[in-house]
Design a protein. Structure first.
Length: 85
């Protein structure tokens, strides 16, 4: 088992790791938005929530862009319109 590096004041406030899946990140983001919109969070927690939300949103966008790139590759470089029918 690896030893943990000593922490200082700057690492104690590090954000939690990003979720493994897009779906988990989206679910966390939706829950966070609901808590923020409820008006029950103090101002300092709203700021922390906003920062976490920005991280989750960026993570979701990156995952979607990665999937889009894979689809383009599979479609010979052409991103074709989605036909759900």
């Amino acid at each position: 088992m690896a030893k943990k590096a000593p922490t200082d004041a700057t690492t104690d406030t590090a954000a939690p790791a990003l979720p493994e899946s897009y779906e988990a990140a989206l679910a966390e983001l939706e829950q966070l938005v609901a808590r923020m919109e409820s008006g029950a969070l103090p101002l300092d927690q709203l700021l922390v929530g906003y920062q976490r939300g920005a991280q989750l949103l960026a993570h979701c966008r990156e995952r979607l862009e990665a999937v889009e790139a894979q689809v383009k590759l599979l479609e010979d470089g052409q991103l074709k319109p989605w036909d759900a029918a």
